[in-house]
Design a protein around this ligand. Structure first.
Ligand SMILES: [Zn+2]
Length: 420
């Protein structure tokens, strides 16, 4: 392997930061040094300040095979060194599960097996690692549940306090998890929460939020890099790039990170970039509207059964990711999402509504004859249903039977009807 040449000279290799990485504005291309935490680009006049992304100077590397390529990406295309990650032991890949009953060459990337039952563990491994390197006083996040629980878990692992501003309808279990991890749970009016989040970041807390200050007031460019490993693991499991990947989407960090990961592999191995389809719910689809308009569009009264992806606006980096790497966005109805929750449960996978959006999107594409059958299709299933008992109780009503006769009658009914 040829040794990549670094243009970054002011970061010693032992700092914990990747000396081959730097920050770059997604709009104007101005660079900023790695290991800093500016609120968006300070060089151009975008309002709010433009998102910064991490870029890597590892030109010249030519992998001999896929294994070689993935090993290189894991080591050299992360903003912080492996030893600086805050890990809850997520060393193994999450499962890639075939679901042939649901579709031809269809696979589920099951992220519910992470430590906090969510793909969010991936972003906080990196962002809380960055917080620790920066000497942050604590970690602050905004969340409907999954993001905050993962932030608090990684913060306590790093020995840092956490503060999570929770949505009014946030998952009770997620809020319990945050408290169990020693975090502070706050449910404030939106404007108060945004102001206080901004204040505590100014006071030295790390914003474990999104890439785009337009979404989260204070942003960090590092966390989204953690999602790239989803793509690396999918390629490792399939031993090829998939043809299509469906990603439940809201603020856009997951979408950006997953797309960047596949683009990394396609670049190094010379394969075709998978078609990435972002899937928001129809009641909160700012990404679809923004793609149509060509700029960020806010949705008033955003609402969906899929609360985790029912955001009123999306990050500008999500739009750029779809444009840069050739993706698309399709909105799905709440009815279709609920059907997808049930279909995944019938496969033994209990997921929250937002996590079933990918399957709902798959159905829409399949019905329109738009599934590429030349390669595998992967559904990203992001979060477990375990945090959302209230929402799932509506979809799976019933109670335990209390007499032997009731049980016998129910078994008869199941066997006669051929039901599960
Ligand atoms: Zn700029």
């Amino acid at each position: 392997m040829s040794e990549p040449k670094s243009t970054i000279t002011d970061v010693p290799p032992s700092s914990g930061w990747n000396a081959r990485a730097s920050l770059r504005c997604v709009f104007c291309g101005a660079e900023a040094p790695i290991g800093t935490l500016p609120v968006g680009c300070q060089a151009c006049d975008a309002q709010p300040a433009a998102p910064l992304e991490v870029v890597y100077d590892d030109a010249g590397f030519e992998p001999e095979n896929l294994k070689d390529a993935i090993a290189h990406l894991r080591q050299f295309r992360q903003p912080i060194e492996g030893s600086a990650l805050v890990s809850l032991g997520r060393s193994a890949s999450t499962p890639l599960v075939p679901v042939p009953k649901l579709g031809h060459d269809l696979w589920v990337k099951n992220e519910t097996t992470n430590a906090t039952w969510s793909h969010k563990d991936r972003t906080h491994e990196v962002s809380v690692g960055a917080a620790r390197l920066l000497g942050s006083r604590g970690v602050v996040a905004s969340s409907t549940g999954n993001h905050g629980a993962a932030a608090a878990a990684h913060a306590t692992k790093a020995g840092l306090p956490s503060l999570v501003f929770c949505h009014p309808d946030a998952s009770d279990i997620a809020m319990l998890m945050i408290r169990a991890y020693g975090g502070v749970v706050a449910q404030l009016p939106t404007d108060d929460a945004r102001q206080l989040l901004s204040d505590v970041v100014d006071d030295g807390w790390f914003p474990a939020t999104t890439m785009d200050p337009a979404v989260s007031v204070k942003s960090n460019p590092y966390g989204a890099e953690g999602y790239k490993s989803i793509a690396y693991e999918v390629v490792e499991a399939l031993q090829r790039l998939p043809a299509t990947v469906l990603v439940p989407s809201a603020s856009g960090d997951t979408l950006y990170g997953v797309m960047k990961g596949f683009a990394d592999v396609a670049e190094l191995m010379g394969g075709r970039m998978p078609r990435i389809v972002a899937v928001p719910p129809t009641g909160a689809a700012p990404l679809v509207l923004s793609m149509e308009a060509g700029h960020s569009v806010r949705v008033d009264d955003a609402k969906s059964v899929a609360l985790s992806i029912a955001d009123p606006f999306t990050g500008r980096h999500a739009l750029i990711a779809l444009q840069r790497w050739g993706g698309s966005a399709v909105a799905v109805t709440d009815d279709s999402i609920v059907s997808a929750v049930k279909a995944l449960a019938a496969e033994g996978l209990l997921v929250e509504p937002a996590s079933a959006a990918g399957l709902a999107g798959y159905w829409d594409l399949r019905d329109a004859g738009q599934i590429d059958t030349t390669g595998p299709t992967v559904l990203l299933v992001t979060n477990s249903g375990a945090k959302w008992p209230r929402e799932l109780a509506d979809e799976f009503p019933g109670s335990a039977l209390r007499t032997s006769n009731e049980v016998r009658a129910e078994l008869q009914r199941k066997l006669a009807g051929g039901e599960r």
